[in-house]
Each structure stands twice: as C-alpha cells, then as structure tokens.
Design a protein around this ligand. Sequence first.
Ligand SMILES: [Zn+2]
Length: 288
Amino acid sequence: MDSSNEVFVCWTIDCEATQKSIADVSLGIRSLRGYADLLNETGLNSTLFVLPSDAEAYPELLRELAKERFEIGLHYHPHEEGHDEFCGAYSYENQVAMYDMAIRRFTDAVGFRPTSFRTGSFSANDMTFPAVAQVGFRCCSSSLPERRMTKFRANWSGAVPHVHFAHSSNRLLEGDLDLVEVPVTGDPDSMLWSGLHPQDLRVELFDAKNQFFLIDKMLVREKARAAKVRAIVTLTHNIFEYGRVDDFRHVTMKQMIADFQSLARKHEVRLVPATIGQIADAYRASSI
Ligand SMILES: [Zn+2]
C-alpha cells in the first residue's frame, strides 16, 4: 500500500494521580477508564506513561488495558521518588540508578516490564537518552521540541521534531543509540507561557475550537514532512473526569477525535492509530 500520505497518531496520557499534589487514586482510575473508553469506541491506540506509585495503586486496571490497544510505559518524576531535582539535573550514573529502581517497582506491581519511557515535565539533559537506553528501553517520548523551561531542566530549543534514533551524547541531535525517540507534537509558531512553551495537543490546554486549528496545521505539516515515519503525538493526564459525558475535557477530547477524522479526510491523510512502541517499530523497520 502507498504510505506516502500515512501519518501515525498516538494519544498519550501521563498517569500520575498519586503524585503528592493530586493524591486521588479513585479520580485516576475513573479518569483512565473514561479516557480508554473514548479511544476504544473510536479504534485509537494510546501509550500510558505511569508513575511507579500509580502502577502500585491500580495494577489490575493496567493489566486489563495492556491486553487492548494500550501500551503501558513508565513515567518518572524524581520529586515523587524522594529526590529534589528534575531528571535533567542528574548525572548519567544517577539517572541509570533512578530509572532502574523505578522499573523494578513498576514491574513488581503490574507483573511486566514497562515498554516505553517519558520523563516528568520533559526534563532531560545529554545523559538522559543514553541512561534510558542503558536500563533497557527501546523507545521513549521525552522531548517537546522548542520547549525552553529551564526551571524544569527541559530545554529543547533546536531539537529534532520527527521520529529518530537518539544520540549518545547530545539530546538535540539524531544519533546511533538503540533508542527511538518519538517527540510530542508542538507548534513553534505559537509559543505560550511568555515564549517558553510551544502550543501542543494536550487536551486540557484549550477548548476544542482552538484544538481544531492546531490539528489542521499539524496534519498539513506532517503530510509534507520529508521523513520515513511521520507521527502526531497528543497528551493529557489522568486527573480529569474523562468518564463524565458532560465534563469539559471529555467533550474536548471527543471533539478532537472527530476533528482528526474530518481534517484527515480534507487533507487526504491516512491516519494510522499507533502506540509509541508501534511508531518506534515502524521507524526501525524503515531504517533497515
Ligand atoms: Zn508528569
């Protein structure tokens, strides 16, 4: 089949209902079930990035979802693990030890190893990708190109905006690490928060009308991208009432899904639902 108009679409959700500022496990479960229902109803795939403490709080639900169109990855906020800095402030050795410990906690809780990885707040330094590869991950989604939030140690100015193999010593370059990075989709023409953050497709950021224009623009951008694998990555968090049909986020996400479909038809783009792992596999296959 001709894949020249193919664009992968991955919905991602950071699962962190147990983080100290939220601490509401039942909200996290309700939210995740509602989110999963919306995607199941429309045949879409998603990667869940889950804190070790969330994995310990609702392992049954994660095991149940892992059988369907969901990939269960690891999410890591050092502050939730007793540390006092963001990922991008730690050495290679420290990051290896921290991620390794988190993998063990996650695996003990749910009974399988996490398959993909995302740092909290998109925080990273040049040692993050080699550390993530070292602990055994084969793909991650830890970059948000053009984010410039030093307070989170999350500087991605000039980062590679398409799916690529990470570099062993520079997070902004393509390289030869055995680790595929799938960047989160953002629009550098629309910088928010005093110019520090590109508008992205996080459900909670705007209403559906606003999201419509970004979906439209990103579909056109990806279709024209000269890359082997094109992908759009959205994001949200399991702290909203996705299970309630009258909830603002539920309504926004449902409309975003519908708009992806209608705008893909308008631009003659074939949307392929995928997890981060499936996008990474497609990229590896295209790189042989
Ligand atoms: Zn997070």
